[in-house]
Design a protein around this ligand. Structure first.
Ligand code: NAD
Length: 422
């Protein structure tokens, strides 16, 4: 069903180049105008801030922080906060753009955003992390809010950071504003099922991709790169569906030979890495990508599947848990090999879907059961998967192209209907 995409002419492999070349392709395939390209290729609001941090020993250090509101056309902007030493403005813009198409593809009433601080959170004590999170929040405070822009956890942040963000915003407002962030602890207005939502969604995408390839999920094999909030929960959910998780990895390296995902998780929690889990053998992250498995799930960072790693992939299906894990060159190679690639904006949309449920529950002060969350997640994701697979089949394009066409098309249509002010 897939037809190789030329993916534009970008030679560089930066996430922003990748995102822009995918947007260009969608604009061309949808036969949209240059006016559409001009509006859709430009972020609406970009904020760069200095985030001073007083370390526990009294030193003061400065970090760069960002918040990019790529689009607010379909509703308030929405997107994660990343704490990672390598983030910069270009990557943040790229990730905010992906959030825009993701929210439109899943038909959530949001635009897209992303933010973060260029810091390695592993170098911070708990109190330093709290001070940095609160100062970053206060720097971006004028542009966030439940009706403006709603942050959530991403790489290097978790529900604890969201609690501090919610508290900082609320103290300034003078009353509790739980809806300003999602991914909060349950007792502060978080949603049941949010912690595992992205991984649960990845597992649903894997299940459906296997079904379309005629492979029985029971006993199908899968390798997962990245064992954080997405990778771990995806691995666990896939194991519960009957798949055999044969390898997992983190930033240090990967392991194979474990009996179940939980045993590796317990070891990683206690020792800070999956490497060394009892009864396992080590493999490199690159070897993991080349394992002879049915499904490969990249769930770490951008640019994992490139011109040099894609030729080694032997999986029949790649389901992108991470955002932008594939470069245009890597994508083209996988398409040529006939690999079914379930793109990030579809595969990892479970996180923002349940974040949306959390925001709705906070607005209504009425909280759902875990089974309601799961049922609604499944139904929104299944609707999107069906739309993408049908579009790909009817227009003879890849799933990535189909997903981008749907997402970009919806934002373009919303722009047209709202008109241009003044
Ligand atoms: P996380 O910080 O919880 O985990 C990241 C994992 O990747 C860790 O295990 C880390 O060791 C590993 N890792 C980092 N660099 C690596 C490398 N070079 N090679 C192999 N592994 C490496 O982050 P997360 O929230 O799980 O996010 C992972 C990806 O999923 C990111 O691209 C993120 O944007 C995307 N995503 C996250 C969510 C969410 O709800 N958390 C939702 C959608 C998409």
């Amino acid at each position: 069903m897939t037809k190789t995409s030329s993916q534009g002419s970008a030679r560089s492999e930066s996430p922003l180049d990748t995102a822009l070349s995918q947007l260009r392709r969608a604009i061309d395939q949808l036969q949209l105008s240059e006016n559409d390209w001009n509006t859709l290729s430009t972020p609406r609001r970009v904020l760069e801030v200095a985030v001073p941090l007083r370390r526990d020993d009294g030193r003061v250090e400065m970090y760069k922080g960002y918040r990019v509101q790529y689009s607010t056309t379909r509703g308030p902007s929405k997107g994660g906060v990343r704490f990672h030493q390598d983030i910069d403005l270009d990557e943040t813009v790229a990730l905010a753009m992906l959030m825009t198409w993701k929210c439109a593809l899943t038909n959530l009433p949001y635009g897209g955003a992303k933010g973060g601080v260029a810091v390695n959170p592993k170098t911070l004590s708990l109190t330093e992390n709290e001070r940095l999170t609160r100062r970053y929040t206060s720097e971006i405070l004028p542009i966030i809010g439940p009706e403006r822009d709603i942050p959530a956890p991403d790489v290097g942040t978790d529900e604890r950071n969201m609690a501090w963000m919610m508290d900082t915003y609320s103290v300034n407002a003078g009353y509790s504003v739980p809806g300003v962030v999602t991914g909060k602890p349950i007792v502060l207005g978080g949603s049941l099922g949010r912690t595992s939502a992205t991984g649960d969604g990845v597992a649903i995408a894997v299940r459906e991709a296997l079904r379309m390839k005629g492979i029985d999920p029971h006993g199908a094999t899968v390798a997962v790169q990245g064992f954080g909030k997405v990778g771990y929960w995806a691995a666990l959910a896939m194991e519960n569906m009957g798949l055999k998780v044969v390898a997992v990895s983190d930033v240090n390296a990967g392991v194979t030979g474990f009996s179940n995902v939980s045993s590796v998780f317990e070891y990683a929690n206690a020792h800070g890495s999956v490497v060394g889990a009892p009864g396992t053998e080590n493999i490199s992250n690159e070897e993991l990508l080349g394992l002879d498995v049915d499904v490969l799930v990249p769930a770490a960072l951008a640019d994992a599947i490139t011109e040099s790693t894609a030729p080694k992939i032997r999986a029949k299906i790649v389901v992108e848990g991470a955002n932008a894990p594939t470069t245009p060159a890597g994508d083209e190679i996988m398409n040529d090999k006939g690999i079914l690639v379930v793109p990030d904006i579809l595969a990892n949309s479970g996180g923002v879907i349940v974040s949306y449920f959390e925001w709705v529950q906070d607005k209504q002060n009425y909280f759902w059961s875990a089974s309601e969350v799961k049922e609604n997640l499944n139904s929104i994701l299944m609707r999107s998967i069906t739309e993408v697979s049908e579009r790909a089949a009817s227009q003879q394009v890849t799933w990535r192209e189909a997903a981008n066409m749907i997402g970009v098309g919806r934002v373009a249509q919303a722009h047209r209907l709202r008109g241009l002010y003044p």
